[in-house]
Write a protein that binds this ligand. Structure first.
Ligand code: GLP
Length: 249
């Protein structure tokens, strides 16, 4: 039977305030526990969140020196130094700008010869670190989380996956030749739900339908983000545009 714990929904006037609210949750948790295990997301939505974290670090308000990070996903076939990789994104937007210890940073290796083995290694690394304390998420317009596309199993673990046409289209801008990989390696929905706390950041009108589906549609594989309602401690941080289709009654 599905449990329907209502997530906390935080709605801010604009994208900048939504990103800063989500960043504040990260900073509060890291101040409470300097060796926080932080799950990280990529995508356009997270850029202003990371900008806030970098600004706070520069202002001496937060340190990442003892934190451990695990990214959600990576494209298959891309080396870490490929400018289109999520590894490159993370270096650009966060890792190279704060005092994080490179030895404590973890991303799946999309260039691994055996992606299944790499996925198992990644799951074990998360387990060895004691599990994720706080997982950041974005949401795809089709309701995906990480790269768990519609149809994904709620108990799925880190594994290689195929990307949908719409997801590849949405991420075309990150590939100068327009050739988005067809596969990726992603934490599973089960992996994500094992985090102690989850914060999903959604901004802009393109996410409004997915946010409504996630919060008010049926819990099921048609909208992978809907499975988050099975988690006891999840917050959706939205701007007004992303929250526009939530109905109140
Ligand atoms: C990407 C990532 C997700 C991200 C989502 C939304 O493909 N794999 O982790 O949340 O799609 O991206 P954006 O924030 O650019 O809309």
């Amino acid at each position: 039977m599905d449990t329907t714990t209502r997530p906390v929904v935080i709605i801010r006037d604009d994208t900048a305030s939504a990103a800063s609210s989500a960043a504040k949750i990260v900073m509060d948790r890291i101040r409470a526990r300097s060796d926080l295990v932080l799950g990280l997301a990529t995508g356009r939505t997270q850029v202003p969140l990371y900008d806030h974290l970098v600004a706070a670090y520069r202002a001496g308000e937060v340190s990442f020196a003892h934190a451990v990070t695990f990214n959600l996903d990576e494209y298959a076939g891309l080396r870490r130094d490929d400018p289109s990789s999520f590894a490159a994104y993370m270096h650009q937007h966060l890792f190279d700008e704060v005092d994080i210890d490179p030895a404590r940073v973890n991303l799946p290796d999309g260039a691994a010869a055996d992606l299944d083995l790499e996925a198992n290694r990644y799951e074990k690394a998360i387990e060895t670190a004691g599990g994720v304390d706080l997982q950041l998420l974005g949401i795809g317009a089709n309701g995906h989380i990480g790269f768990n596309e519609p149809g994904a199993d709620p108990v799925s673990r880190t594994r290689p996956v195929s990307l949908s046409g719409s997801t590849r289209q949405a991420n075309r801008d990150f590939f100068p030749d327009g050739r988005v990989p067809e596969r990726a390696i992603t934490m599973g929905i089960g992996t994500i739900l094992d985090a102690a706390e989850i914060v999903l950041l959604a901004t802009g009108p393109a996410k409004a339908a997915a946010v409504r589906q996630a919060l008010q549609g049926p819990i099921g594989p048609d909208c992978p983000a809907s499975f988050l309602r099975r988690h006891p401690r999840v917050s959706f941080v939205c701007d007004r545009e992303a929250a526009a289709e939530i109905s109140y009654h």
